[in-house]
Write a protein that binds this ligand. Structure first.
Ligand SMILES: CC(C)(COP(=O)(O)OP(=O)(O)OC[C@H]1O[C@@H](n2cnc3c(N)ncnc32)[C@H](O)[C@@H]1OP(=O)(O)O)[C@@H](O)C(=O)NCCC(=O)NCCS
Length: 345
């Protein structure tokens, strides 16, 4: 596919005189914790049913990190797998970016903890927070360092231990989320286009649709805040749903337009794995065929910043994406934030 498709799209970044440089994903990896929480398990915790969860969300089970397993641990495991595929050692890494809303601690950043865990002593390290849209934001930031020749090898990770901020007494939210991590290595790959474009957007006016009230400077932890369950995420599901479909479609259409691509030219669409119905609605509006859409949410639920990174790894492992194929990532999350990216694999 690569040779024929290479001439059939526009590289929006080409006009910036990058002299053939690309920011390509040379390795991808993921890690999910061993423990599985099924819908049947949730039936024992809150008033819900397997049928309700499957019908409204498509989720059958999700993974839970162990008590002594933190976001940085999940991230490090995924990173090592991505580095192995890329053939890159820890010493080669110039920069580590972690996208997460569940850092091990408010500070230091989780990327620093990952840097230490994988032994990447040369690498700079920082986090990005754009909730479920974080991975595309991190990818786009990482890309800038490659294209500007500031760095040669950037590790981009989406990792979450959402179980640590999930209210296990709230059936509206606790059925939706899970833990996991996905990672990619970004490098210049000669004669390739790599990350063609990334659309990013935000609407801070809707911050209260999906948020965690406690734990920040507005509401530091007190006995009262903990008692009021303010350190768990809260969501207006129905409103979030509507805006997710709208924003994901708009972002995906803009990304395709920039590259002068039709949806039929995309080999694999990897949407944020939040809800089956959202994914179906987005796929339908984009005109994608069901076989173009990659789904794994029935096994993991919504893993926020890790979601599309894990799905990308599984799509590659399943042989659904080959070198030269065009891939569309599309995400949505708290903020509100959204994004879409087109990648020549
Ligand atoms: C959360 C979501 C699945 C709820 O589905 P919905 O069809 O919108 O359901 P509603 O919110 O209208 O609730 C319908 C009823 O089901 C109930 N309900 C909610 N969660 C339930 C559960 N786990 N089990 C059983 N019933 C549940 C509600 O209480 C409500 O009952 P009521 O009518 O008596 O008040 C859906 O809104 C959604 O997926 N939203 C997007 C969430 C998301 O993806 N967030 C992350 C974005 S990154």
């Amino acid at each position: 596919m690569s040779a024929s498709s290479a001439k059939k799209f526009k590289n929006p970044r080409a006009q910036y005189n990058f002299q053939g440089r690309s920011s390509s994903i040379t390795g991808v990896g993921s890690y999910v914790p061993a423990k599985i929480l099924t819908n049947a398990d949730l039936e024992k915790m809150v008033e819900t049913t397997d049928e309700w969860i499957i019908e409204r969300t498509g989720i059958k089970e999700r993974r839970l990190a162990a008590g002594d397993e933190f976001t940085s641990d999940l991230a490090a495991r995924a990173a090592e797998r991505a580095m192995k595929m890329a053939g890159v050692t820890a010493a080669q890494l110039d920069l580590i970016i972690v996208a997460t809303i569940t850092p091990d601690m408010p500070f230091p950043n989780t990327a620093c903890l990952v840097q230490h865990k994988i032994g990447a002593r040369r690498a700079a390290a920082f986090d990005i927070e754009a909730a479920c849209s974080g991975f595309i934001h991190a990818l786009e930031v990482g890309q800038q360092f490659i294209m500007s020749r500031t760095y040669d090898t950037v590790l981009v990770i989406g990792a979450e231990k959402l179980s640590s901020i999930t209210d296990w007494k709230d059936r509206n939210t606790c059925v939706l989320f899970g833990d996991g991590a996905g990672a990619v290595v970004l490098q210049n790959r000669p004669n390739s286009h790599g990350l063609l474009t990334a659309v990013m957007g935000a609407d801070g006016g809707c911050a209260d649709l999906l948020f965690m009230p406690g734990g920040g400077s507005r509401c530091p932890a007190t006995f009262d805040s903990v008692g009021a369950r303010l350190h768990f995420l809260r969501m207006n599901g129905r409103e979030t749903y509507k805006r997710a479909v709208q924003a994901m479609c708009t972002a995906a259409e803009e990304a395709l337009r920039r590259c002068e691509l039709e949806i039929s030219q995309i080999k694999c669409v990897i949407p944020h794995q939040a809800n089956r119905r959202i994914i179906d609605a987005v796929g339908k509006r984009l005109g994608a065929k069901p076989e173009q859409m990659f789904l794994n949410l029935e096994r993991y639920g919504n893993t926020s910043a890790a979601s599309v990174a894990i799905a990308l790894d599984e799509a590659v492992a399943a042989g659904k994406i080959q070198r030269g194929d065009l891939v569309l990532l599309v995400v949505f999350g708290a903020g509100l934030t959204w994004g879409a990216a087109v990648i020549e694999w």
